[in-house]
Design a protein around this ligand. Structure first.
Ligand SMILES: Cc1ncc(COP(=O)(O)O)c(C=O)c1O
Length: 390
């Protein structure tokens, strides 16, 4: 063994921003392990696990079927079940050949971004947004064009805002309902964005992972309006299967084979056991729909308590399980505020910087995906703290 080389190269493209909420989660867990009673309002993870029949299907699959590799695009039966879900929920005929099962929605981002964009291409990411969009694009050498959103458009991208982006654009990533704001784009708003993209040859990627978790109206899928869009979805949120690492994308025909080639090489196949279990998940939709009532009660409790305590500049929470709150009257450093709240009252929140590099320091995100009791406990600690502070 010789001396180690002085300096081995670490690729510059690996220098993406951290997913700050995971750091907050670690700090919160450390405190919980030391005996503190921590309320987790930081993580976007359903409080309940998968429905019992899903767990049973997984238990029975072990020993009954080989848990080996599957087709790179996913098991044909699961691709067909996902396609049927679009007929059931949106009245849409989706060709199972266009359904691609992935390692979480996260895997679908990597595959679709790799298949659709080259290094140096420019892709618009409206912010605030789920941080992985920009971080994955950046790691792939794609130029991220940030488009700042705010309360003026209820945190929604619009064709007028998109029009302000100068120069060539290869793609646009949208999410409805959005993480972190929970806002939804209605049919007319989605159609306007799709029209903008179609007229300019911009590849539209629509993250629909929070479909099924809505409070005022059902979510519209971009596929109802634009068959050439790429849809990303998965089993982590509505289906409550985060750790099973299963998602899907619906790709236009020109991207299916390129994605298959990438999937074969990057992942070989999505997880076989999770695919067995997920097949049953579609039979559990009545149970899963009932679970939305818990989120609805949590949302109502927060919308009742927080504004009364002065936290009243909130994005419209049409769906998902987040509140995005402007805290600029309390601080211009929301990460610091989150640290203080964790230390002083044991409530973990996600700082806005995770979701918006430019304006996030003025915002925090509260997740109400947990149990009703814990969300109420968190709301009470927060309101007491806010009242004392003012
Ligand atoms: C908007 C959004 N898309 C995708 C994901 C990742 O989903 P998955 O667990 O399927 O990788 C998340 C997780 O929080 C999310 O909020």
């Amino acid at each position: 063994m010789g001396a180690p080389p002085a300096q081995l190269k670490v690729a510059g493209r690996s220098a993406v921003a951290p997913f700050i909420v995971m750091d907050v989660l670690s700090a919160a867990n450390e405190r919980a392990a030391a005996g503190e009673d921590i309320v987790h309002l930081e993580v976007g993870e359903p409080g309940a696990g998968p429905p019992e029949p899903v767990l049973d299907a997984a238990r029975q699959a072990i020993g009954r079927v080989p848990i080996g590799y599957t087709e790179a695009l996913g098991r044909p039966a699961l691709r067909a079940a996902i396609a049927s879900h679009y007929r059931d929920r949106h009245g849409l005929a989706v060709d199972p050949e266009q359904v691609i099962v992935t390692v979480g929605a996260s895997g679908a981002f990597v595959l679709s971004f790799l298949a659709a964009f080259d290094p140096g291409d420019r892709v618009i990411v409206p912010e605030p947004a789920f941080p992985a969009y920009k971080n994955i694009l950046q790691a792939l050498g794609v130029e991220v064009v940030r488009l700042g959103l705010g309360p003026k458009t209820a945190f929604k991208p619009t064709p007028d805002l998109l029009e302000t982006v100068a120069g060539p654009v290869a793609g646009l990533v949208i999410a409805s309902p959005s993480n972190p704001t929970g806002t939804m784009l209605d049919e007319a708003e989605l159609a306007a964005i799709a029209g903008h993209c179609r007229a300019r040859g911009i590849r539209l990627i629509s993250d629909e992972i929070y479909h099924g978790i809505t409070y005022e109206r059902d979510a519209c899928s971009i596929l109802e309006l634009e068959r050439d869009a790429v849809v990303i979805n998965g089993f982590s949120k509505y289906f409550c299967m985060t750790g099973w690492r299963l998602g899907w994308l619906i790709a236009p025909p020109d991207l299916v084979r390129p994605i298959e080639l990438l999937a074969q090489n990057l992942f070989i196949s999505p997880p076989a056991l999770a695919q067995e279990a997920a097949l049953i998940a579609f039979d559990c939709r009545a149970d899963l729909d009932r679970r939305i009532d818990t989120y609805r009660r949590n949302r109502a409790a927060l919308l009742d308590r927080l504004p009364a305590a002065g936290l009243d500049r909130l994005a419209p929470v049409d769906g998902a399980f987040y509140l995005y709150a402007d805290v600029s009257d309390l601080t211009d450093d929301s990460a610091r505020l989150c640290d203080d709240l964790l230390q002083e009252i044991g409530v973990a929140l996600a700082p806005g910087a995770d979701f918006d590099g430019a304006q996030g320091h003025r915002f925090v995100r509260l997740s109400f995906a947990g149990t009703h009791e814990r969300v109420i406990e968190g709301a009470e600690r927060l309101t007491r703290w806010l009242r004392e502070r003012r």
